[in-house]
Design a protein around this ligand. Structure first.
Ligand code: SAH
Length: 486
């Protein structure tokens, strides 16, 4: 097989990143945008020893799993990678991904028998409560807001995004108008010049509160009062228009059929200052222009204040589903001491606190711990205590010091993609909780950690898979472990 050759290939499988996989000439060929079940004409772009990468030229015979993407620019946009896969197939693919990891990496041979059916979304669009649009200028000199094409830094202009809240369409339109009207300079990342870098929006899906935050390479932006008026006006037009479409049952938000669009209101206009030459979107300082410096949202009946920098789960309706699963698995009676490790702003901790005797949370980002404490106060929750630091340092130290705090009836972990540090797992084994609930955003590291835990006296009881990120390949799972009966 040589580079630039063209083959007709039957696509037989789906890879880890959603790409199609076929075989020809004794080689596996990975083809982005090709779908399991397609017969496709593929141009070989890179050849390795036993596999190759190909580019999809033409679909000769489309797969039954293929659907027309909702977004025109789905193929180039780096946001959704599998919008061209039917939602049912996406769910089956994600469930299988978890099962394969548990079997192959975790050595759990009866994984399928332990796994509950995947919990998908009722309506897998308009679900994200946070969007970050990079700003640029097109070749005609007009402002564009959009997304970076997959794995690149070329900006694709968009007028709306199918997985974000529908109000974003109005915000994109208004900000572009504002830039053109006042000739606001736009950031050029190569030259590190220009003012406006990104537009961040956050919506409280339960409250309808909207935050717009302009990320700038400077300390202030001119005509902010005009921008505020333009945004307020657009939001009120949106509210009226969505009232009409809600009657027609067209406005639906992720997971639910709701009229939440009706309530949307501009609560906060902010700037975030980022003068660094960096890929990081936000700088450390934010300034309030109008309204409050935060919006409020609820998960279940727990309220959260969300500022531009706060970490907050992006799919609120499925987050509730996920936490309900964690709560179900924790099976609290009110007498338990619970540890929530990798607790972020205390979302799971506070969700569990009402049903537990005492909750302890640990998290590496000090600001998140400040937010967690503030959120506990906001909700009048007094039985939650939070510690800033690395879980693999704080917990073992407390355990070794023999403090009461390192005792646990229930341990919850929700680590980032790289999974738990083995030092932490070792301490959890020593703590010997009755039950452990492992919330994971990466099935491969989950499986690796389960292998350790099952080798050290735990047993996997149940696994739930919850789709938090429709049209992407990411998958979230919750696992219940108990101490094995010997
Ligand atoms: N449970 C929270 C956050 C989960 S995301 C929620 O549901 O919202 C994982 C969190 O782990 C992030 O907040 C990240 O900052 C934190 N983290 C990463 N490495 C860590 C470590 N070594 N110790 C403690 N927390 C860590």
């Amino acid at each position: 097989m040589e580079k630039n050759e063209v083959y007709e290939i039957k696509i037989e499988d789906i890879g880890n990143d959603g790409e199609g996989i076929g075989h020809t000439d004794g080689m596996a060929v990975f083809v982005k945008d090709a779908m399991m079940g397609d017969t496709a004409r593929v141009k070989i772009i890179k050849v390795k020893k036993s596999y190759a990468y190909g580019r999809l030229l033409e679909i000769v015979e489309p797969s039954v799993f293929r659907v027309k993407p909702v977004c025109e620019k789905a193929r180039v946009c780096g946001g959704c990678t599998i919008q061209h896969m039917s939602y049912e197939k996406q769910l089956a693919y994600k469930w299988n991904k978890v099962k394969n990891c548990l079997e192959r990496i975790g050595g759990i041979s009866n994984a399928a028998g332990l796994m509950e059916p995947i919990i998908g979304m009722g309506y897998p669009f308009c679900y994200r409560n946070k969007m970050q649009f990079p700003v640029g200028i097109d070749k005609d000199g007009h402002a564009v807001l959009g997304f970076y094409a997959g794995r690149t830094h070329s900006l694709i202009g968009l007028s709306e995004c199918a997985i974000g809240h529908p109000v974003n369409k109005e915000i994109i339109r208004v900000v572009k108008e504002f830039i053109d009207k006042f000739h606001i300079s736009v950031y050029d990342e190569k030259k590190h010049r220009g003012l406006l870098r990104h537009v961040l929006t956050r919506v409280g899906f339960q409250t309808g509160e909207l935050m717009v935050c302009l990320v700038i390479n400077g300390d202030s932006i001119q005509h902010e009062d005009v921008l505020y008026d333009m945004l307020s006006e657009a939001v009120s037009v949106f509210r009226t228009a969505s009232g009409v479409s809600a009657e027609k049952d067209e406005l639906r938000l992720g997971g639910t059929e709701s009229d939440k669009g009706l309530k949307i209101e501009l609560k906060s206009l902010m700037i975030n200052i980022n003068k660094e030459k960096t890929n990081k979107i936000l700088g450390s300082e934010s300034k309030l222009l109008y309204g409050d410096a935060y919006i409020t949202d609820y998960i279940g009946d727990v309220a959260f204040h969300i500022s531009p920098q706060s970490f907050y789960q992006v799919n609120p309706s499925q987050t509730k589903v996920l936490y309900d699963k964690a709560l179900e698995y924790a099976n609290l009676t009110g007498d338990e001491t619970v540890w929530d490790m990798y607790c972020g702003i205390g979302t799971i901790s506070l969700f569990l606190a009402r049903k537990a005797k005492q909750v302890y949370g640990v998290e590496i980002v000090p600001q998140a711990i400040e937010d967690a404490k503030e959120n506990a106060r906001l909700n009048g929750i007094r039985n939650a205590e939070f510690f800033a630091g690395k879980a693999e340092e704080v917990v073992p130290e407390m355990y070794d010091a023999g403090k009461d705090g390192a005792k646990a009836d229930i341990v919850v972990v929700d680590p980032p993609r790289k999974g738990c540090d083995e030092k932490l797992l070792k301490t959890i084994v020593a703590m010997a909780p009755k039950r452990m609930v492992y919330v994971s955003c990466d099935p491969a590291t989950l499986a690796r950690d389960l292998k350790y835990l099952t080798a050290h006296g735990f047993e996997v009881q149940k696994v739930a898979v919850v789709d938090q990120f429709a049209h992407s390949v990411h998958v979230e799972s919750v696992v219940l472990l108990t101490k094995a009966h010997k």
